[in-house]
Design a protein around this ligand. Sequence first.
Ligand SMILES: [Zn+2]
Length: 188
Amino acid sequence: MKGKIVSWKDDKGFGFITPEGKSEQVFFHISSVKKAARKPEVGDVVIFEAAKDSQGRLKATHVLLEGVSLANPSTSKRIVTKPVTKDALDYFAYFILVALLVVSLGLFIRTGAPESSLVPGTIFLVVLFFSLNRKKQPENKLFSCSKCRAVSSHDERTVLAWNRGFNRLYCKACHQAWLREQPKDGLK
Ligand SMILES: [Zn+2]
């Protein structure tokens, strides 16, 4: 779940989170905050799990501060997104593509007319288009930014980059900083 810290008592080590789109407040204790490089602050966006405590009240567990790197960045305290792997559907698509190619070529050789390959050729392009545009979702919704190591949740941009085989993913802030560094067209 995603939410925002709405109150935080630093001296007592607890606070409250309001889940996105809800008005209720969920209690959280410092012990449930994963080793972040700094303490929670009001306004922090968090990703958390919630569970009922012994008295039936909702309590946040496994709280991660978004945009804050994990403690000990020099060690392996990073959330790495496993690379995209090919699944059965991919191999099935490759098989179909090869088969269609063989059929198209066979028809062309047998008839000598290119238009005889039109139907299998068209299906070939459609299958190719879908297999190239198929999007998968990373197993873990979170990742550590490759630049600033801040914990971030995947969004459309990072999922797309990941699907294209990029294993270095950047948080929104780093991405926007990078965009600003790019020369703007037509502004001279
Ligand atoms: Zn970053």
